[in-house]
Design a protein around this ligand. Sequence first.
Ligand code: MN
Length: 252
Amino acid sequence: MEKGSGLNRRKFLTSTAKGSIAVGLGFTALPELLSSCSNTKKIVSVPFATSFTQQPLPYKYNALENVIDAQTMELHYSKHGAAYAKSLGEAVIAEKLSSGTSLENILQNISKYSVKMRNNAGGHYNHEMFWQSMRPKTSDNKPSGKLLAAIEQQFGSFANLKSKFSDAAKTRFGSGWAWLYTDSTKMLKIGSSANQDNPLMDISEIKGFPVLGLDVWEHAYYLKYQNKRADYVDNWWNVVNWDYVQQRYEAI
Ligand code: MN
């Protein structure tokens, strides 16, 4: 039995017990669909199992002010983020997923699903990760421990990692995400993807486990930064929650 399957099951049961899965969205079939994990198909386990429903934002809408304004946070979380979760729920029902299929399983096999599933499973996963990966601004905000050691070994310095990641975010044409991810050998890599794709997806050009992602869709920054995506990217480093990023890195 793989380590990840127990975690997934516990996550599902916890979510179901709280009544958070789909009930608020009106998908009465979804809890049944997701509550039985006994026949889960075993594939490569992915840590940080993500619920199919939107979780509470871990801070207030105005908590990241000066980097991300309250209006952008509110629209992004309560409209864009909520819409991905709602549409994901619809796709899960329409495509008759087998019981216990995790969101990570779906992403790893996304080529077998519809475009709606690809856009919304990716959109939901990416945003749920994104909210957790930020926190109110702190001075000298930087990683530590094993993650910092790996960054320094593989990129020379934290400054160099920021520069390379920022370049990936600034040069992604159109809508998409910049990623820090680990490849199959657990080496840290930087890249970007279009739309709501991510490195977990089997169709992705960059493949691995996402450790940190930055949303560079215009809806993430346009109210405050307008066309100046570069300013948004440079400012965003002040609110990265390195404790969360380190947890993801150390989980793989
Ligand atoms: Mn977004």
